[in-house]
Design a protein around this ligand. Structure first.
Ligand code: EPU
Length: 381
């Protein structure tokens, strides 16, 4: 079904809570309806949005905003994995919750990321050492150029850090209708990202669980056990020091606990998650940053960073923090105090210009101090 809403208020359709509108909003629940649609007759340009959780509308949109509300779901089980095909409009965290409840491995570290399935395959969403690309088998899309439905293997989508061909070389060509994810019946815990293992160990020690209402698992003798069968020995090694059986559900709860401490609650405060990408720089450039940080903070000071092949990824949050931006307000916009990579709509009535002015101030300051140009992760529309 295709439903058209002229002069549509987008305030509730973007998690930043920007009070903007579009000339035409279209809700499409059956992908097949795309075949009969005359795109040239729609107010231009046409923008396809997902859950609106990674967008900054910079003003009223003069064209058409289209949303694929396809919420279909189909699962096929084989010996070691389950292929689950979900419509673009399925809420990504509903998928994570379902997989965890079914003891299926794969998306547990991506728990609580806002947004929908279709956008997850465009943006290659990621958190705590896992990216959507790790579990995407096939992307199903409507090819606007050829006017036909296509199935694109995940391996051909050009996935990288928060990017894919859908954002670059293929931009505007495909409308994603569904995504097939490959989930594992074999344990595949990923605990290496800072904080995840510690949170699990703390949970085992009886440190109060950050998630209220969820009972902690019983302690038991011996090494960590795992749900599922094969892959047990590798998984046991990964789970070393964690005194209870690891399951996707326990990891999901732990990730939710970590996220809730750092990130604003989307129900209470508007944001689009991380506003900037973490920059990847040359090693000699990083060495200059380390020297500067030690000069400012003392010789023992260590700059957080991750190896990225021959280069180094430096957390933008750290740089923004070092520049004193935590909690800084500009109009209704604010650098979130608990995680300065996030810009929030603190008052609820921040304007796009408030956000953009604060964004530019952060970019200019980081450029001056560290010689790094931060790039927004949030798409500006
Ligand atoms: N840090 C500070 N000061 C702070 C906060 C953080 O110095 O106030 C430093 C810390 O050293 C910390 C480091 O920044 O270790 C990195 O912070 P964190 O681990 O919270 O993650 P991030 O790099 O800021 C990325 C993703 C998040 C994802 C987390 C966890 C990007 C742009 N963001 O953030 O994704 O949840 O890692 O994997 O890559 C999103 O995309 O919207 C998002 C929230």
């Amino acid at each position: 079904m295709v439903t058209r809403y002229p002069a549509y208020d987008l305030s509730r359709r973007n998690t930043f809570g920007m009070k903007v509108s579009c000339r035409l909003y279209m809700e499409i629940t059956e992908p097949e309806d795309l075949l009969a649609l005359d795109f040239d007759a729609l107010p231009q340009p046409v923008f396809v949005m997902g859950g609106g959780s990674n967008l900054l509308f910079t003003g009223d949109y003069q064209g058409t905003v289209m949303h694929l509300g396809n919420a279909s779901c189909h699962a096929e089980r084989s010996e070691e994995s389950v292929l689950v095909t979900l419509g673009s409009g399925v809420v990504f965290d509903d998928f994570c919750a379902w997989a965890a409840a079914e003891s299926l491995w794969g998306p547990e570290n991506l728990s609580l990321i806002p947004g929908e399935v279709g956008a997850s395959a465009v943006q290659n969403i990621g958190a705590y050492g896992v990216e959507a690309k790790d579990i995407i088998d096939t992307v199903h899309a409507f090819d606007l150029r050829e006017r036909r439905f296509v199935d694109i293997p995940g391996a051909d989508c050009g996935y990288g850090y928060r990017t894919s061909n859908f954002k670059t070389t293929w931009k505007g060509r495909y409308i994603i209708t569904a995504v097939t994810f490959r989930l594992s019946l074999v344990p595949t815990p990923v605990l290496d990202y800072s904080g995840v293992r510690k949170a699990l160990i703390d949970r085992g020690k009886g440190v109060p669980s950050p998630i209220s209402g969820h009972p902690r698992p019983d302690k038991r003798e011996g090494p960590a056990g795992f749900a599922g069968g094969r892959g047990r020995s590798e998984a046991e090694a990964i789970g070393e020091g964690i005194p209870f059986p690891l399951t996707p559900q326990i990891i999901r709860e732990t990730i939710i606990g970590i996220r809730e401490k750092k990130l604003p609650d989307p129900a209470k405060i508007g944001s689009a998650g991380s506003f900037f990408c973490n920059p990847v720089i040359e090693k000699d450039h990083f060495a200059r940053i380390v020297a500067l940080a030690k000069a400012e903070n003392g010789p023992e000071y260590e700059v957080p960073h991750y190896e990225a092949g021959e280069k180094v990824k430096v957390p933008a949050a750290w740089m923004i923090d070092q520049c004193g931006f935590k909690g800084m307000r500009l109009g209704g916009a604010q650098v979130y105090p608990n995680q300065p990579l996030v810009i929030v709509n603190a008052t609820g009535d921040a304007t796009p210009q408030d956000i953009i002015t604060l964004e530019q101030r952060v970019i200019d300051t980081i450029q001056d101090k560290y010689g790094i140009t931060l790039h927004p992760e949030v798409e500006h529309v």
